[in-house]
Design a protein around this ligand. Structure first.
Ligand SMILES: [Zn+2]
Ligand SMILES: [Zn+2]
Length: 244
């Protein structure tokens, strides 16, 4: 049986055929053909969110436990992969191809399947997905928050609830591109606020923070710190790509 969404996509693909952003072949609604998707490197390991050390198992390396509010991070692909960069660029900047959030969610799911499944399943259990928030100004330009779009796709694929009303960005920040870590940290300090009442309603003590790219970790850390102060015990990060 076809799901409503598949029927919608099928009808739309007849009216508005989609072309692969990489090779130009006609493809489905996600703007990337399966052949080009298969060329993307998907990471088979964990890494420390603080020092970047490759880890065989989950979490943070022993030296960095006291330096982070995260229990660990999942990052599907290296951002240095030109196609990954292209996908994220087309989603975040013009032409704002919103469907590419599904491609990024597919990368994350494939990454999960390449890791130790028992560990991953245990981490995903009883969790909720929380997108890294964007300010209203940014959302107005793009019409959507890319982190939330990726989180929505993951929520559907993994059957994990999504909460977009527990963490908010309360201070606009200048673009972080090209800035050193200390400056990023300073810019993002106190930029987020948690809604304790909505958090209580979710009844979850475990949050999976979702974003498109993990660069220096300054944004993720600030989000995690804010949620921890609001009483969340376990905070994980999930991103489609990692830069360092
Ligand atoms: Zn292609
Ligand atoms: Zn480390």
């Amino acid at each position: 049986m076809w799901k409503t969404r598949e029927i919608q996509n099928f009808v739309l693909s007849i009216i508005f055929p989609q072309f692969c952003l990489q090779c130009g072949k006609e493809t489905n609604m996600t703007n990337l053909c399966p052949d080009c998707f298969a060329t993307i490197e998907i990471l088979e390991y964990w890494f420390c969110p603080v020092c970047g050390k490759r880890l065989a198992d989950k979490g943070v390396c022993n030296n960095c436990v006291s330096k982070t509010n995260l229990i660990g991070i999942f990052s599907a692909s290296p951002y240095i992969d030109p196609l990954v960069k292209k996908i994220i660029g087309y989603l975040k900047y013009e032409p704002y191809l919103k469907d590419l959030s599904k491609t990024l969610a597919d990368l994350i799911i494939t990454h999960f399947s390449l890791l130790n499944n028992d560990n991953v399943n245990r981490i995903l259990q009883n969790s909720i997905l929380v997108p890294v928030p964007s300010t209203k100004d940014r959302i107005r330009i793009r019409n959507f928050n890319q982190a939330e779009e990726i989180a929505k796709e993951l929520s559907t694929m993994l059957n994990i609830p999504l909460a977009n009303n527990v963490l908010f960005k309360i201070k606009p920040t200048p673009t972080q591109v090209g800035l050193p870590l200390w400056q990023r940290k300073q810019n993002i300090k106190n930029a987020f606020a948690a809604n304790s009442e909505n958090l209580r309603k979710t009844k979850s003590k475990k949050i999976l923070l979702v974003d498109d790219v993990f660069t220096t970790g300054a944004t993720m850390e600030e989000c995690a710190k804010t949620l921890k102060r609001a009483g969340v015990r376990e905070i994980w990060a999930i991103t489609a790509a990692r830069e360092f």
